[in-house]
Design a protein around this ligand. Structure first.
Ligand code: DAH
Length: 355
């Protein structure tokens, strides 16, 4: 084997084994460069006889072709494997430990709805929903609200049509009637949702949230109502004792009716619950009026029960020490970051509601 052939074979092997385009480029220079293998062989031709020159020149050309093909194949193979390599490197590795993906926060209102739902589901209530755009019938008439009731006034209610037949529901109570018309007693439901009234100050916003509760069965009494709300308030505030009062009240859809207030005080511009001499009304309740049962196709001589409507936003204010309701709906990301909740900590009774 000539020296030329030996070098050629050596370079050929080197080329086959090369792993990246940089290595290939340097082999290419050794072979095809100005002072590379091929050129130096061609230079030697001058010293040969005419006959040998032809023969050797054609050999060198063959080798040149052979090597050129090898280079081209190698280049294609390498570019494929380099792309594969790059894809492997750049692929998202889902097994990598988390960095900080908890960028979003759960709004205190959503958190409180989840907490309340968890508390009531524990004692057998299921969740129902109703539409935000209601008819005057479900929002008022079916709930035993007289024609001349002040709540029906345009100042309080957002009517959608001029004939005052459609409106934005002013409370979640119409879900009581819708639920009862859909099924047969007993009923044990809660219904959270958005409600609307033309009102705005530190504790009122035109859109706010309520949660309706309804328990209809045989022999349900006001005692059950008090027991249920006592349990709820203690669970919700996650305390043994809470300052709470039932105040006689009036609603067209309940008889008798009461409102429940929670005691609180303000300290360093924050609400502190359970003590102090201020009261915040958090819910209305009572025994469902026989007329509401009749309008809902439930026989009031056989079934009775209680209902309540909780102001969700106010509960959130009390529990999480937020003293202006309007800030809830200003969509200020800094506010949400401060008062919001970790989306991975879903509230449950057994694991803890807010911790
Ligand atoms: N719907 C009433 C309101 O918005 C709250 C309410 C009071 C709901 C008594 C009830 C209830 O279910 O029984 O002010």
């Amino acid at each position: 084997m000539s020296d030329f052939e030996k070098i050629k074979n050596k370079l050929k092997n080197k080329l086959i084994e090369s792993k990246n385009s940089q290595e290939v480029e340097s082999i290419k220079a050794e072979i095809f460069g100005k002072n590379g293998l091929i050129n130096s062989e061609f230079k030697k031709l001058g010293s040969l006889s005419l006959e040998d020159r032809k023969k050797v020149a054609s050999e060198i050309n063959n080798i040149k072709q052979e090597l050129t093909k090898l280079f081209n194949d190698k280049a294609i193979a390498l570019s494929d494997s380099e792309i594969d390599e790059q894809i492997k490197k750049e692929r998202d590795d889902v097994t990598l430990p988390e960095k900080d993906f908890r960028i979003g926060k759960i709004h205190p209102v959503s958190q409180v709805i989840d907490e309340i739902s968890s508390i009531f589901s524990e004692i057998g209530f299921s969740v129902e929903e109703g539409p935000d755009i209601e008819t005057e019938y479900y929002n008022f008439t079916a709930l035993n609200t007289p024609e001349n009731h002040p709540a029906k006034d345009m100042h309080d209610t957002f009517y959608i049509e001029e004939d005052m037949k459609t409106l934005l529901r002013t409370h979640t109570s119409p879900v009581q009637v819708r639920t009862m018309l859909k099924g047969r007693p007993p009923f044990k439901i809660i219904a959270p949702g958005r409600t609307y009234r033309s009102d705005s100050d530190q504790t009122h916003t035109p859109m706010f949230h309520q949660l309706e509760g309804l328990h209809i069965d045989k022999n349900i009494t006001m005692g059950h109502l008090k027991g249920c709300l006592n349990y709820f308030v203690k669970e919700f505030f996650e305390v043994e004792k809470i300052k709470m009062r039932f105040r006689p009240s009036h609603f067209p859809f309940t008889e008798p009716s009461a409102e429940v207030d929670i005691g609180y005080r303000i300290e360093n511009n924050k609400i502190v619950i359970g003590e102090g001499d201020k009261w915040l009304e958090i819910l209305g309740c009572g025994m469902v009026h026989p007329n509401v049962l009749k309008n809902s196709k439930v026989d009031p001589t056989k079934f009775q029960g209680f209902a309540f409507g909780i102001g969700i936003d106010r509960l959130a204010m009390l529990k999480y020490g937020i003293n202006d309701l309007r800030s809830f709906f200003e969509c200020d990301y800094r506010w949400l970051n401060y008062y919001g909740f970790d989306p991975l900590n879903v509230p449950t009774n057994y694991r803890g509601l807010s911790k």
